[in-house]
Every structure is written in structure tokens, then in C-alpha cells.
Ligand binder design. Structure first.
Ligand code: 5GP
Ligand code: MN
Length: 350
């Protein structure tokens, strides 16, 4: 039996062709990614950014706010424009762009204060994303919630364009980083065999995947590592009947450990290491709101939960939301909400 199968054409060929044409005919391209950009948002947009530059295009990459230090090693990270640092300059860039990519988010709301600029722009707009419910403002929609990362989608789009040869080591590193971070280092959402075919195609570009893992995951400051220990030992509550774990941090807690943006990235995953826990929730007090992250194992729909109670959304096993009020009230709302999901929580196998 021959097990080798070439990569299948997941993305609609017409959409790929349309994007190719739009790229050819554009003079100024703008790539945008979502608020608090994560490894996938940055990996996918930087991969695309390097590709477009390689093609000789004038291209800019803009995100609404800053991103954590353990993603700054990616080539081109220093060229990323951060909207909130200079909104006036951002406005000028939007006005001059004739093609805009929305990468790793589905609707304008996910770029925060950048949203009106995106909505009002007369540029052609292309969505490349893997969240449910793509927005209506796009000229081309490449939306595949069944694909585990947008970085994988960008790779597939380039591959389907026949541009595999144009992918260099730099692009491959960015795309690999996004695939790795959105699957927790290939520990969830990662059973599609084609992911590993793509990894092998990226390895052929000379990437060092073990080094990329270390740059992202074995790169914690001492304060950040101690904050993790504190959170798990002092700020965790288990609801054994509901197979649920909650961790939380106040601003005061964060101050004690000289908190920097991104320091709690990944914390929400740890309680899933506990036997029988299938739902893990992290409630973090921020300056202007309370941010909530959800993770689950199996079929428990965290995105439904996030949407119903915390104005959020995301993927089945990984989603987020927000709460406008005190940390204590967010915890109370959470505790009442899991009661309403008790049946599902009790009956979801790990
Ligand atoms: P994280 O917990 O890492 O911040 O977010 C996990 C995933 O949940 C993100 O990749 C994104 O898909 C989604 N997400 C996080 N926060 C929000 C939010 O406030 N609204 C929506 N719609 N999705 C979110
Ligand atoms: Mn993603």
C-alpha cells in the first residue's frame, strides 16, 4: 500500500486565483492581525509579509497592540507597526493601501480600535482565517475552521499558488511557529496527517523546529516562572463534580511578579494536566477589563460557553472572552454559568 499522498487542495482554487490576481494588481498591501496577537496571528502574517516582499511588493504589517517578547525573535517582528503607538500614522497607511489582508480573525471587532479604519477602507479585502462566522466585508474569503492554524492556511494558499519554491527559511520559521503555537506544540487540534506533511515540507527549507520550540516555550523569565507557580498553588480552584478548574489573577497579584504583557500566555493549559479535568478557565484582571481564557478537552464547546456568558468566541477547545466589571463579579458569573452547563461537564469524557 502506498501511504504517500500529496497535499490536498483544501482552499477553493478560484479564491486562490483571485488572491493571486489581487496581489499582482496592488501597489500597497496592508496585512492586519488581531488584538493581542499570538503566535499564529504573527506567524501567519509574517509568513505572508515575507512572501509579498520577496515578490517585490510594497507591504506593511499592522497589529492593534503589542505582542509578547517570546514572539519577537521572528524575522520581521521589528518592522511590525503597532496601531496604538501611532494611530495617526496608521490612518495614513490605511488610506494608501489598495489591498488589505485580515489574518487569523473573522470580524473587524477583533482588531479593536483599528476596526473603523478597516471597515471604511475602499481597498480590496481578503480574509484568511480559521474561526467560525467570517465577516461580510470581504472580497475574498478563505475561511477554514477545520484547519488548526491560519499559518497552515497561508502555507496551503502559497502551495496552491505554486509558490512552494519561493518559500524560504525565514517564511518557513514564521509559519511553523504559528502551526506549533495554535496546537500547543502539536498536542491538540493536530490529528490531521497533512499537518505533518506540511511540517516535513517546512523542514526541507532548513528550519530548526527544536530551536523554535525552545524560543517560544523554554524562554520564560524567572518572574514569569514563579508567577506560574504562584497561580497554580494559590489561585486555583477545582470543581471536581464538574471536571472544571479555575485559575485567576488580580492586578495586585501580577504586580508582585513584575508582570509584562504575555507573561500569563499558556497558563490556562496547565490545569488540563490534572486527571479528570476537561474544562480550564483563566480569569485575569487587566487595566480596563477582565480577560478570560477557556480551554477544554474532548467535545466540551468552550466557544459556545464564551459567547453565551462572556461576549467571546473562538474554537471548540480554545476560546476567550471578556467581562466589564470586577474580578470578583467575573468569578461569580463564571460559577453560576458552569452550573448551567453541569450536565455537559459531568458527561464529557476526558
Ligand atoms: P487566548 O485564550 O489564547 O487569549 O485565546 C484563544 C482563542 O480564543 C483565540 O485564538 C481566539 O480565537 C479566541 N478569543 C480570545 N479572546 C477572544 C474574544 O474576546 N473574542 C472572541 N470572539 N474570540 C476570542
Ligand atoms: Mn489562530
Amino acid at each position: 500500500m502506498n501511504y504517500f499522498k500529496p497535499l490536498s487542495g483544501v482552499i477553493d482554487g478560484l479564491a486562490v486565483g483571485k488572491v493571486q490576481q489581487l496581489i499582482e494588481h496592488s501597489n500597497q498591501i496592508l496585512i492586519t492581525a488581531h488584538l493581542s496577537p499570538d503566535g499564529d496571528a504573527l506567524g501567519a502574517s509574517l509568513g505572508l509579509y515575507h512572501y509579498l516582499k520577496h515578490k517585490g511588493k510594497t507591504v506593511k504589517l499592522m497589529v492593534p497592540n503589542s505582542f509578547p517578547y517570546f514572539l519577537k525573535w521572528m524575522a520581521g517582528a521589528g518592522e511590525i507597526l503597532v496601531y496604538e503607538y501611532n494611530p495617526q500614522a496608521a490612518q495614513v497607511i490605511f488610506n494608501h493601501s489598495d489591498l488589505i489582508f485580515s489574518v487569523d480573525y473573522n470580524i473587524p471587532k477583533r482588531v479593536g480600535k483599528m476596526a473603523p479604519l478597516l471597515e471604511q477602507s475602499t481597498a480590496q479585502k481578503v480574509l484568511i482565517d480559521h474561526h467560525l462566522f467570517p465577516g461580510k466585508i470581504y472580497d475574498v474569503v478563505i475561511s477554514h475552521p477545520e484547519i488548526s492554524s491560519t499559518s497552515e492556511l497561508v502555507f496551503r494558499m502559497l502551495y496552491q499558488m505554486g509558490a512552494y519554491d519561493a518559500i524560504d527559511k525565514t517564511m518557513a520559521e514564521c509559519l511553523y511557529c504559528g502551526m506549533m503555537t495554535d496546537t500547543g506544540g502539536f498536542t491538540f487540534n493536530s490529528n490531521n496527517p497533512e499537518i505533518y506533511l506540511i511540517i516535513s515540507l517546512l523542514l526541507r527549507k532548513g528550519i530548526d523546529k527544536d530551536r523554535i520550540y525552545s524560543l517560544v516555550y523554554n524562554n520564560l523569565s524567572q518572574d514569569r516562572f514563579r508567577l506560574l507557580g504562584f497561580t497554580l498553588s494559590q489561585r486555583m480552584k477545582i470543581y471536581p463534580e464538574l471536571h472544571t478548574a479555575l485559575i485567576w489573577l488580580s492586578l495586585e497579584d501580577q504586580k508582585q511578579f513584575s508582570y509584562n504583557k504575555g507573561d500569563t500566555e499558556g497558563f490556562v493549559n496547565y490545569p488540563l494536566s490534572i486527571k479528570d479535568i476537561i474544562f480550564s478557565v483563566f480569569i485575569r484582571e487587566d487595566e480596563d477589563l477582565v480577560k478570560i481564557s477557556f480551554r477544554s478537552q474532548g467535545t466540551f464547546p468552550t466557544n459556545e460557553f464564551a459567547a453565551q456568558f462572556f461576549h467571546g468566541g473562538g474554537h471548540l477547545n480554545a476560546s476567550g472572552g471578556e467581562f466589564h466589571g470586577t474580578l470578583e463579579d467575573a468569578v461569580l458569573l463564571f460559577e453560576n454559568s458552569i452550573g448551567l452547563y453541569a450536565e455537559k461537564l459531568r458527561n464529557t469524557p476526558k
